[in-house]
Design a protein around this ligand. Sequence first.
Ligand code: ZN
Length: 331
Amino acid sequence: MALQNYQYDMIMRQFNRKQTRANRILAEHQANAFARCPRLRQIDEEIAALSSDCLRRMLNGEIRDTKGLRSSIEKLSLERLHILSDAGFPPNYLEPAYSCERCQDTGYIGNEKCSCFKQAEISLLYAQSNLQELLSRETFSRFSLSYYSDTKVHEASGQTERQMAMKAYDISRRFVEDFKEKSDNLFFYGDTGMGKTFLSHCIAHELLEKSYCVLYFSAYDLFEKLARYAFSKEESGGTMEDILSCELLIIDDLGTELTNSFVASSLFTCVNDRLIRQKSTIISTNLDLESLSQTYSERTVSRIMGNYHMVKLTGKDIRLQKLFAQRHTAS
Ligand SMILES: [Zn+2]
């Protein structure tokens, strides 16, 4: 990612703030817990003394391993847990509350940037910093099956609209649960206003919460950005490489962009390159499969059909249903 020095400094300052916040909360918790249970402070001091004593003796060559130290610390930690539980504190009350457990809010794991650091870069470069806030209302728990008919049967699949929606929901949940283990791809298609964008927002929301590196674009914005990378030399923040290498790329509303040969070949590059790199992609579209093959190249469509979960949603436009319900209540 093409970060300039001042941008790198900005991100590092964010990480410093996160660490300061975690430390401040820990200090508050300690003050609180130590005031109520003074033994907890003694335990802390005993663990610190044991550790430094062990370190000194190892450096002097008096001992070789830390087995004894570990078992003493375990005993003290267990005692601490009992005291916390008796006093009604949660078991992790005296542990720092990092927003990213993986890097403990340092932004790095060893010499490698943590995915939360990469997400911070993306937020900065693509002005997506409001994405998380935007998505905060779009959670799986708000996905309602009541908008999908449980009597209307979709001819090709033989399932009711509600069964299809349920399946789409399950696939989306599983996508998030399995995200760490394997790269997978989803293709949401079907009627307008059936929750395709909503489900991809839910997925983005959950993965951003887990500090994965997610890039989200409407098809229109994505191809405009790619055209700028390809045809102009201006420094517009971000690179093609980010789009090809982020952990999850979401392309929303495919088919609403102006289609031309550049768009068709860029879509193939995105889809194909990300498959080779084993990076997950989600595409949503109102196009049916026939229009898809007419609009984009056959090789793109066949890559999608062969490597994406095809998830169809059908029914009556939810936005219209909501609007109708609102008017009905108002009148
Ligand atoms: Zn991290």
